[in-house]
Design a protein. Structure first.
Lengths: 509, 397
């Protein structure tokens, strides 16, 4: 390797790292300002009391696609039906499940096929049947089940759900997610507080692995006790409490998570719904909504709220993580190929000028630069060109910065009131933070690169089929009753603990 | 060689000098990194300390609230829900608060969540006079007055929110000087307070603010305030004057029309109809149509049919809905709905017209059956959808 190249690379990396650290620090400041404003002026109980009785509270639909979810579907639908909100409906889209998902739904919720005048506003695989409950239980009346042919992607199933929602806004979630009882109030509120049109709201998400759940509601959030979900929990906290919160403060949100995202139905339909061919369908959806708003000259806002509204099961094994991160890597590259015209484009306002260049330089290129760095270090070790003193000082500085960042996130978590009830639980986060640079981060770099390579060489698209572990009863807790599902949704005493082992993923074309 | 021990300030001076000279020998990049590392470590330690202190404070506060909860809550509920009106000294004695007792601000701050919980959970049973005296016994009004004199806007906003939450009948004067405050949140909450408790001119700010940005949050709050005033027999605003407000604020006008509908102000219908005749704004027209429909103002029917030709998609749906709610049995309306069904090209409008016809008395049902008999395979599903009682066709979109 020529010396001139090595010198150039060294300086480039120093500048790159400096810019990255500066961006992190700016984001911390921006996020802190957001949290402070939110904490000072947001009175949740007052807000809920106002919305609960008001005729002006907008209706919300929840769209949850389900594919081979027989182990958890009943608990999860009960959880969705037991939310606190005056006007909402739940649309479960059975995406051609091969197991007993649909059968269980029909039996438990007394569903019958109805002659629904279905209009395909967004193109999807054919819808076979639509079901509603024949029960007199008013909670069940909120449920609609759409049975469709398998479209191979979550996007296709979500689009079928969007086609039948009857409310102004909808929440798109995964059927295995545990949604907070007051989540709908929280996501609706930002649409009511400003004069600019809010087209999407993103809420914080965390891992449900290891948490205590009662009747489908989170009772005791706890950090996962196995390493990969724990790393992911820390990663989510960092992303939602700092990254997204900061970008939201300048209306430059890059993504509204597919796990729990709140959208304006009309804008989603006008933007063409989710793209079934995309590996990053949630990010792509947001980009197309912004494209639609900016091209038609309309003002818009996308908001991130700090409250945790959703807990999701995270992958536990390296194999599942590998598949997930490879897909994300592919999705990111694919996203930039599809939406390349938006990067550095002033038409798309902050999104085009700030967000996309930031993601391109500091997220998409980061694995490439990091990998080149490892390679370069290896070369220098072999050629005895390493100044070990400098290496250790630099490494120690970055390591300290990472720990400081984690402590900032813990502080934000406590400040926003999201925190674990027992502060000692944060020791798990600190442990994860100490180990992350050695165990988790290199894996992510490798899988992201693998995703890029796969996309460049056009490897066949493979979607993982998550096999859920389901809820497992806490030792000593009452066993699951055979009572009517509606009753159990309303007031059962059973506490279950989400398994620390996350879902297993099996390959499926 | 002579040795001597450095102590106190001398030791630290030596240590810092040593660091400085060793530091100065290093290359610039290492110096920057070393400074950066030091800053990270210091920030880390400060954050740990801050989190520890915050957690301790929070734990102490929770403990204090629990203590007061056990001591006072039952008694407060008992006194506040008593039908018999009690005087302040009796309530003070019953609560066991000594005469001339002055609560610390910290103590009053801990009482507030307890009082808000009582107000929320026993809202319907509370005797308002006794409740206000309970608050007086705990010196809550003077605490809030003190909070309102604070220079910190956040504290003032918090005080106003708490006043509303616990229905503490404070004079409107505490907030009236903030009606046109620079800070948006302060201004808005002051307006809510004056609108809720004001007696002389409670909606002054709404009517006089020419740059008013009327958000949905304000709609929700003002509606709840109006419900509160209505329940407590306090004076209500003249909504029609808001509709005719100059300079025009569309949001406020729409809100006023909606409130006429929600408070069933039948007397305002002729005025609303005359507004509809001159209306060109789609959203305002929809609000007027909805209000006239729900108030079942039959003379508006002919205007509804007249507007159809020029109406937008959303307005046509509102017209069909309003005619359905009126359900006057007018044969001309039936013809209009048939025309609407046949003229519409989309399922949503067709469904709306059919649903109204289906529920529109005998004449409507006959027309519906006739259309059903003529239905094509593509439109047959609409009739099945409407007839299926498991589906709520009014929510079809």
């Amino acid at each position: 390797m020529p010396d001139s190249f090595q010198t150039f690379f060294n300086y480039a990396v120093i500048v790159y790292s400096g810019l990255l650290i500066t961006s992190y620090l700016s984001m911390i400041i921006a996020a802190y300002r957001q949290h402070k404003r939110h904490n000072t002026y947001h009175y949740e109980k007052n807000m809920i009391a106002q919305l609960r009785t008001s005729p002006y509270t907008p209706g919300v639909s929840i769209v949850a696609p389900a594919y081979n979810e027989e182990k958890t579907i009943i608990d999860n639908v009960n959880s969705l039906l037991s939310l606190d909100y005056p006007d909402y409906e739940v649309v479960i889209v059975n995406d051609g499940s091969k197991d007993d998902t649909l059968k269980l739904l029909i039996e438990n919720f007394q569903l019958v096929e109805v002659p629904y005048a279905y209009v395909e506003k967004i193109k999807t695989k054919p819808v076979k049947r639509i079901y509603k409950t024949s029960s007199d239980n008013p909670i069940f009346k909120r449920l609609t089940v759409v049975d469709k042919e398998n479209g191979g992607t979550k996007a296709d199933a979500s689009n079928a759900g969007v086609n039948i929602v009857s409310n102004k806004y909808f929440v798109c979630t995964d059927v295995d997610c545990i949604i907070d009882k007051y989540a709908l109030y929280r996501v609706v509120w930002p649409t009511m507080t400003g004069t600019r049109k809010v087209i999407a709201v993103s809420a914080s998400m965390r891992m449900s692995n290891g948490c205590d759940v009662r009747n489908g509601q989170m009772v005791q959030p706890r950090p996962p006790h196995s390493l990969i979900p724990l790393f992911q929990d820390l990663e989510y906290a960092r992303s939602y409490l700092v990254g997204k919160q900061a970008l939201s403060s300048i209306n430059a949100m890059q993504n509204v998570s597919g796990g729990f995202g709140f959208f304006d139905t009309e804008i989603v339909i006008k933007a063409g719904g989710y793209d079934g061919d995309s590996f990053a369908e949630d990010m792509d959806m947001v980009a197309r909504m912004i494209r639609y708003m900016c091209d038609s000259g309309e003002d818009y806002r996308i908001v991130q709220i700090p409250e945790i509204c959703c807990w999701t099961e995270g992958p536990n094994t390296v194999k599942v993580l590998a598949r997930q991160r490879t897909r994300w890597g592919r999705g990111l590259l694919q996203f930039f190929i599809v939406h390349r015209d938006m990067v550095f484009n002033r038409t798309y306002r902050q999104y085009g000028i700030v967000t996309l260049p930031y993601i391109l330089i500091f997220e998409m290129l980061a694995p490439v630069i990091e990998f080149t760095g490892y390679f370069s270090l290896l070369y220098l070790i072999v050629t005895s060109g390493v100044n070990y003193k400098t290496v250790w000082i630099t490494f120690f500085a970055l390591y300290c910065f990472a720990q400081m960042l984690t402590m900032t996130i813990i502080s934000f978590d406590i400040y926003t009131g999201n925190g674990f009830k027992k502060r000692s639980k944060y020791l798990w986060f600190m442990l994860a933070s100490l180990l992350e640079p050695f165990l988790y981060h290199p894996l992510n770099v490798f899988y992201a690169l693998r995703g890029y390579v796969k996309h460049i060489f056009g490897a066949q698209m493979v979607w993982g089929n998550m096999t859920r572990k389901g809820f497992q009863p806490t030792p000593g807790a009452a066993p699951a009753g055979a009572a009517d599902a509606g009753e159990s949704a309303a007031e059962g005493p059973e506490i279950v603990t989400m398994p620390d082992e996350g879902p297993e993923e099996t390959e499926e074309n | 060689m002579e040795y001597y021990t450095l102590d106190g300030l001398e030791y630290w001076k030596y240590y810092i000098m040593l660091l400085y000279y060793r530091f100065g020998e290093m290359p610039p990049i290492i110096r920057i990194i070393a400074l950066f590392t030091t800053a990270c470590i210091i920030t880390f330690l400060l954050l740990v300390l801050g989190n520890f202190i915050k957690s301790q404070k929070a734990a102490r506060r929770i403990h204090r609230i629990q203590v007061y909860d056990e001591k006072y809550k039952k008694k407060i509920i008992e006194l506040a829900t008593m039908e018999e009106i009690l005087d302040l000294p009796t309530i003070t004695d019953e609560l066991g608060i000594p005469k001339n007792f002055r609560m610390k601000n910290r103590t009053t701050g801990c009482m507030i969540p307890i009082l808000i919980t009582v107000q929320r959970t026993h809202k319907e049973e509370i005797n308002r006079t006794n409740w206000q005296r309970v608050l007086q016994a705990f010196k809550i009004p003077s605490y809030f007055e003190m909070m309102m004199r604070s220079r910190n806007t956040a504290k003032r906003v918090k005080a106003l929110k708490n006043i509303a939450d616990m229905d503490a009948d404070l004079k409107e004067a505490v907030a009236s000087r903030h009606l046109f405050a620079k800070d948006e949140k302060m201004r808005m909450n002051a307006r809510f307070h004056v609108a809720r408790f004001g007696t002389s001119y409670p909606f002054k700010a709404l009517e006089e603010d020419s740059n008013l940005l009327f958000t949905d949050e304000m709609m929700v709050n003002f509606h709840n305030i109006l419900v509160y005033r209505n329940q407590n027999n306090m004076s209500m605003p003249n909504f029609i004057r808001w509709c005719n407000r100059t300079p025009v604020n569309e949001e406020l006008r729409i809100f006023a029309v909606n409130e006429i509908r929600l408070f069933k102000r039948y007397d305002d219908c002729p005025e609303l109809l005359s507004m509809l005749k001159d209306c060109r704004d789609e959203r305002f027209a929809i609000a007027l149509i909805k209000a006239l429909g729900e108030l079942e103002y039959i003379p508006a029917e002919s205007e509804f049919r007249h507007r159809y030709a020029m109406a937008s998609f959303a307005e046509r749906q509102a017209l069909a809905d309003a005619l359905g709610v009126m359900n006057s049995g007018n044969p001309e309306v039936v013809n209009y709905l048939i025309y609407d069904y046949e003229g519409s090209t989309d399922f949503v409008s067709k469904m709306k017209a059919l649903r109204v016809l289906h529920n529109y008395g005998r004449r409507g049902r006959d027309a519906y059956n006739k259309l059903k008999a003529e239905a094509t395979p593509a439109t047959k599903i609409l009739f099945e959808h409407i007839e299926c009682n498991l589906l709520d066709s009014s929510k079809y979109a």
